[in-house]
Design a protein around this ligand. Structure first.
Ligand code: GDP
Length: 366
């Protein structure tokens, strides 16, 4: 291309021809990898038992999938992994947003890894999809831990009801244990129903609290405190140490009023700082003592058996409910009955009975 600056009258000036425009596609980029091949149940199980993290990740995705085909395969993989599962410490960790769960899990996790364990961090956060809020168990929230090869971090399954989300997390525990993770953290937000679900799948339940303005006990649901095997007051650092100690004393007093837990273990209250890594070993020492205690008394086994029964019943309830509400004729009848009840034309009780009778009859004729 001719440039006027290259004219002889401008000696010493030379405009080079420019760099041609680049192709949009980078020629050095390697060709697209072929789509990942689907694995068979046996291949999934083999990979999981070898501790292959990428196969484990794919298996968890399968568990979380809602398609019937994936679910059937997932169930097969879970069944085959079951004999290799169970050999871990399952620890539930809860606390309101801002209590310091991610900071604490990061340092608790490193502590566990230093002792030579393998750690999986899972989560139950049924709110995450609706509110697009915190996706618990997210890698970006646990910066140090996420760089460790012996840590497997997985955000909460997001879709569906609490029961559904919790079941998926419980099934993921089985897969992680089969893959050799001997410590499992299950994180949840300490504000709602999800604690009950977590409590029903862990051996130890840790409640993270903060020292506040003297009315610490106000905002906490009593039920959550009752479930806790350990209460830890975070952010006991700097000016906050005394306040944290005071809060701990208040919690200890409050715990006196609670009935003894079925394990007969007396929940302990400790202070620590996740951010400054103070008192972490004491928190872990408490958890070690708990496991020694419940293994000695047999409560550990008893609780696991009860949890297995609980999940069987939960699964039955969930499937029954799904079948009932997904039957189109039942839904149509429900709508009619709802109107009748609202118009005082029929009592709630007989309306319910009519719908159920109809449902049971439809089952018999199926
Ligand atoms: P989460 O919402 O429960 O996961 O809480 P985060 O771990 O994200 O912590 C919330 C905020 O508290 C962050 O700004 C942290 O830096 C801070 N934080 C967490 N642990 C401590 C601690 O031990 N001491 C102090 N001073 N701040 C902390």
């Amino acid at each position: 291309m001719h440039h006027p600056e290259n004219d002889n009258q401008y000696k010493g000036l030379q405009v080079n021809s420019g760099v041609g425009s680049q192709p949009i596609v980078n020629p050095y980029r390697r060709a697209h990898r072929a789509r990942r091949r689907e694995l068979s149940a046996a291949e999934f199980v083999e990979g999981i038992l070898k501790g292959d993290v990428s196969v484990l990740g794919r298996a968890v995705t399968l568990v979380e999938s809602t398609t019937e085909k994936d679910q059937a395969l997932a169930q097969e993989v879970i069944e085959k992994c079951l004999p290799y599962s169970g050999n871990s410490r399952r620890i539930g960790i809860t606390g309101v947003p801002g209590a310091g769960k991610s900071t604490s899990i990061d340092v608790f996790g490193l502590h566990v890894l230093r002792q030579g364990h393998k750690l999986a961090v899972l989560a139950i956060d049924p709110s995450s999809e609706r509110t697009k809020g915190s996706i618990l168990g997210d890698k970006t929230r646990m910066e140090k831990l996420s760089q460790q090869k012996d840590a497997f971090i997985r955000p909460s399954p997001s879709a569906g009801s609490l029961g559904g989300v919790a079941r998926k997390t419980r099934e993921t525990i089985v897969l992680c244990e089969a893959a050799g993770y001997d410590t499992i953290f299950v994180e949840t937000v300490g504000v709602g129903q999800s604690e009950t679900a977590v409590h029903s799948m862990v051996d130890f339940f840790l409640l993270i609290q903060l020292a506040g303005t003297g009315d610490e006990l106000q905002g906490i649901k009593r039920g959550i405190m009752e479930m806790a095997d350990g209460i830890v007051i975070n952010k006991a650092d700097g000016d906050n140490v005394e306040r944290a100690k005071l809060a701990a004393a208040q919690f200890r007093n409050a715990l006196f009023l609670f009935p003894p837990s079925p394990s007969k273990w007396k929940p302990e209250v400790l202070t620590y700082s996740g951010y400054f890594e103070l008192g972490i070993d004491l928190v872990w020492d408490m958890i070690d003592r708990y496991f020694d205690y419940v293994k000695k008394t047999g409560y550990f086994e008893r609780k696991r058996n009860e949890q297995a029964k609980y999940w069987m019943m939960e699964t039955i309830n969930e499937q029954l409910r799904n079948h009932f509400y997904h039957t189109p004729e039942v839904r149509a009848l429900l709508e009619q009955k709802e109107l009748r009840v609202l118009n005082n034309e029929q009592s709630s009780f007989t309306a319910a009975k009519d719908v159920l009778d109809f449902y049971f009859r439809s089952l018999r004729s199926e």
